[in-house]
Design a binder for this molecule. Structure first.
Ligand code: COA
Length: 215
């Protein structure tokens, strides 16, 4: 698994390659042969990013969930549960992958009890977790469909895990969408249970609670 340092190094070295190339043909060749070397910056989200993150989340859900959820389920989830949790931005634990001003991915971790859901989701508890006895939460990972399978979610997850560990947490838990399960399994999370969530207007989506111990 590439560490965040390796990802950053890759990004920096890719930027140097871009500097060396003058034509877009060379750049698209470099991307074809090194598709994981996206020239993006992983940075903390700010409140000013909120509208762009909302757009990214909707585009990601619509573009990357169709194998698992119907249009009605996706639109219901965007309206009632998928979204930005402002507390994470204020805590400095939500990240965006920024490609020259265009947000192409987001995700974060939390020291608070809310397990999932954007600001619009009613069942929330912003109380703080005890790192000694409770698991930090992994929250709201969404990648733009044009940038899927380039290792961006894995890089954001690496960063979240490292920060949660530094804050003293020994385990992580999350509520995965069905499309998210393969990512989390690949990164060491486990969970065979499935739960159902009402997303309004008669639509229900299946979700998967998952967990990982940090060693
Ligand atoms: C789930 C999601 C965040 C993954 O983002 P991503 O940047 O494409 O994931 P990565 O490229 O970092 O994938 C890392 C590994 O996870 C696994 N993986 C990720 N997506 C996969 C897929 N669609 N099919 C199979 N394996 C997948 C692979 O093992 C992959 O490694 P590989 O590409 O070297 O084989 C993205 O598909 C997404 O935004 N989905 C829609 C929104 C959503 O449901 N988010 C989850 C919220 S809990």
């Amino acid at each position: 698994m590439a560490s965040i340092q390796q990802e950053l190094q890759a990004s920096i070295s890719f930027r140097s390659q871009l500097d060396e190339f003058s034509g877009s043909r060379s750049i698209s060749c470099a991307l074809r042969y090194h598709p994981h070397l996206m020239p993006y910056t992983l940075r903390k989200a700010t409140l000013a990013d909120r509208p762009a993150i909302e757009q990214l989340i909707a585009a990601s859900a619509r573009g990357l969930s169709r194998e698992d959820y119907s249009d009605r389920q996706i639109e219901g989830a965007i309206k009632t549960v998928f979204g930005v949790d402002t507390n994470l931005i204020l805590d400095g634990t939500y990240f965006v992958a920024d490609n020259d001003g265009e947000l192409i991915g987001c995700g974060g971790w939390s020291k608070r009890k809310t397990l999932f859901g954007g600001d619009q989701y009613a069942s929330r508890d912003a109380g703080e977790l005890d790192p000694k006895t409770e698991a930090a939460k992994i929250r709201a990972f969404f990648i733009h469909p044009e940038h899927a399978r380039k290792g961006i979610a894995r890089a954001v997850l690496d960063r979240c895990e490292a920060e949660a560990k530094s804050a003293g947490f020994q385990s992580l838990e999350l509520m995965s969408t069905l499309p998210g399960i393969k990512l989390y399994e690949a990164c060491g999370y486990r969970g065979d249970d499935r739960v159902e969530l009402d997303v309004g207007e008669g639509a229900v989506i299946e979700l998967a609670p998952m967990r990982k111990e940090l060693r």
